[in-house]
Design a protein around this ligand. Sequence first.
Ligand SMILES: C[S@@+](CC[C@H](N)C(=O)[O-])C[C@H]1O[C@@H](n2cnc3c(N)ncnc32)[C@H](O)[C@@H]1O
Length: 203
Amino acid sequence: MRDRKKLFKEFNKEYYTSGGYTDYLSDFKQEGLDYAKQLIKKIKPEKSWKFLDVGCGLGGVVLGLRKLGYEAWGTEVSPFCLENSPVKQYLQFGDILDLPLADNSFEVVLTCDAVYYLKKEAVHKALLEIYRVVSKIFFIENICQDSIYNNQKDNYDPLRSDKDLLTKAELDHLIQKIGFQKIGPLFSKGKYSLDFNNLYKKI
Ligand SMILES: C[S@@+](CC[C@H](N)C(=O)[O-])C[C@H]1O[C@@H](n2cnc3c(N)ncnc32)[C@H](O)[C@@H]1O
């Protein structure tokens, strides 16, 4: 756990303002709102549904969903995000491998670009945690071994392994083996469609 605590501290201000994330501070609110709008359009949730974003960064999607009138919460491991998010009152510390949340407590759980920091063998545990806390819909976006952005030249991120990730097919297979049924991509065209991005139903 000591090593993981050290890793969490590396998601600091420098990380969110350099490399692949140079524009993050200026873009996260608009990107979060775009995501939130697409998600709502696709899944047509009831107004009472609760959303959770695991590894939510500065909380752009949480902010976007709340602007659209939905109850949304986030978990993060980054002290920088937990202290500086504009929606920090809706965020709490939560490692994707051990979420401090009750079973079936959110109708929708999403995680965007957080799983690729895990070693391959830990991804199964993370997906089981998500399966435990979600009751209806799961959305995941992730850079995989065979994603076109899985290289440090196009998307510099010193904390992401670019050699030891699951392929898109392996990740999809693992998610379905756990008990999710595939609905399909949220983004099928445009820049967000370049990564692995899929919606699943809990069965
Ligand atoms: C590339 S950023 C993505 C942030 C946000 N989801 C987005 O798409 O804008 C990855 C985030 O995952 C978080 N993260 C890394 N490891 C995590 C873990 N074990 N549990 C939860 N979040 C984690 C990092 O702190 C970081 O904010």
